[in-house]
Design a protein around this ligand. Structure first.
Ligand code: FPP
Ligand code: MG
Length: 308
C-alpha cells in the first residue's frame, strides 16, 4: 500500500547536503505546483491517468513521490507544505482524466485515514483548501474526515489544494465579507486586506516562503495569487514524477540566496500592516463565526449530510 508517512530514504551524501543547508535559513512553508505528469506519461508511454498516479507513486503505487517530497521537507525542517493537487480548471479535462484524478484522491485520502495512527504519532495536520462543493460527495466525506481527525495536530501541516483556484478563493472570500456587511455583522470600513486574508481558505497558514513549479512552465496557474507577493518563486525544468531531493535542495539554496531581499520586502509590508490595522471586536466576532460555520460544514460533509 502506498503510504503518506514514510521513513527516511536519504543516503549519507544527501543527508550531509541537508545538514549543510540547515545551517542557513530554511523556509517554514513551501508550496508545490506539481506539473508535468502527462508529459512524463507520454514520454514513458503510460496512460494519462497513470501519469498522475506516478506523480504520487514513482513505481506504480509503491513509491510515493508526494510522500517522498513531504519526507524530504520534514528532514529539512520545513513544517508546512502546500500542494496543488487539482485545479478547478482541471474539471475541463476529459471525463476519463477527471474521473481518474478523483479516483486517485479517493484512494489517497482513504490511505490517509487507514494510517491515521501514524498521522497522529507524527503530529501531521491535513487541510484541504478549495471549493469542495464541486467534487463528488464520497471524496468530500473522506477529505472532511481526514481534516477533522488531524485538526489539532501541530508538528507538520500539509495543505492539499483540491478543486482550487485563487480567483475562486478570492470570490468566495468577497461573498463572505459582503454577506457580513449585509447582515450588519461588520461595516464597510472594516474591510481591508487583513479581513480578506482571514476569509481565504488559507486563513490558518502563514504565506509560503518558497513556491516551486516543476516542468518548465513559467506561470502561476491561479495558485495562491493573494498569498505569494513576498514569496521566492523557483521554476525548474524537471517533470514532477522525476523530481528528486537534489531538485528540492537546489530550490532551498536558491531561496537562501534571495533570503535577505525577501525579508526586507516582508519587513516593509509588516510595517505598513501595523500602521493600517483596524481590527476590532466586530471584525474578530465575524471571523470567529465564519470559522465556526466552516467547521460545521466540514462536520456535515464528514457525515455525508452537506447540502452542496
Ligand atoms: C499537473 O500535471 C498536475 C495535476 C493536474 C495534478 C497532480 C496531482 C498529483 C501529482 C497528486 C495528487 C494527490 C492527491 C492526494 C490527489 P499535468 O496533468 O498538467 O501534466 P502536463 O503539464 O504534462 O500536461
Ligand atoms: Mg500542466
Amino acid at each position: 500500500m502506498s503510504t503518506w508517512i514514510r521513513e527516511n530514504t536519504l543516503n549519507w551524501i544527501q543527508l550531509m547536503a541537508v545538514k549543510v543547508l540547515k545551517t542557513g535559513s530554511v523556509p517554514k512553508h513551501v508550496a508545490f505546483i506539481m506539473d508535468g505528469n502527462r508529459r512524463y506519461a507520454n514520454k514513458n508511454g503510460v496512460k494519462k491517468v497513470e501519469g498522475h498516479t506516478k506523480g504520487v507513486s514513482k513505481f506504480c503505487f509503491r513509491f510515493d513521490k508526494l510522500a517522498e517530497t513531504l519526507q524530504w521537507c520534514l528532514e529539512l525542517g520545513i513544517p508546512e507544505v502546500t500542494v496543488y493537487a487539482f485545479s478547478i480548471e482541471n474539471f475541463k479535462r476529459s471525463e476519463e482524466e477527471v474521473n481518474g484524478l478523483m479516483e486517485l484522491a479517493r484512494q489517497k485520502f482513504q490511505n490517509l485515514l487507514d494510517e491515521r495512527e501514524k498521522l497522529m504519532e507524527h503530529g501531521v495536520c491535513i487541510r484541504a483548501i478549495g471549493n469542495l462543493s464541486l467534487i463528488p460527495k464520497d471524496v468530500q466525506k473522506l477529505i472532511a474526515e481526514a481534516m477533522i481527525i488531524t485538526k489539532n495536530n501541530n508538528r507538520a501541516y500539509l495543505n492539499v489544494a483540491f478543486s482550487y483556484t485563487s480567483r475562486d478563493e478570492i470570490t468566495n472570500a468577497v461573498k463572505d465579507v459582503v454577506g457580513g456587511v449585509v447582515r450588519g455583522n461588520i461595516m464597510t470600513e472594516d474591510i481591508n486586506e487583513e479581513l480578506i486574508s482571514e476569509c481565504l481558505y488559507t486563513n490558518h497558514s502563514p504565506e509560503p516562503d518558497l513556491v516551486i513549479r516543476t516542468s518548465g512552465e513559467v506561470r502561476f496557474s491561479d495558485f495562491l495569487l493573494w498569498q505569494t507577493t513576498c514569496s521566492c518563486i523557483y521554476f525548474t525544468e524537471v517533470l514532477w514524477p522525476e523530481f528528486t531531493v537534489w531538485d528540492l535542495l537546489a530550490a532551498v539554496f536558491y531561496y537562501q540566496r534571495c533570503y535577505t531581499d525577501l525579508e526586507a520586502v516582508k519587513y516593509t509590508r509588516r510595517s505598513a500592516f501595523l500602521n493600517n490595522n483596524n481590527s476590532n471586536n466586530r471584525v474578530n466576532n465575524f471571523v470567529t463565526e465564519l470559522q465556526r460555520d466552516r467547521e460545521s460544514m466540514l462536520e456535515k460533509m464528514s457525515l455525508g449530510l452537506a447540502q452542496t
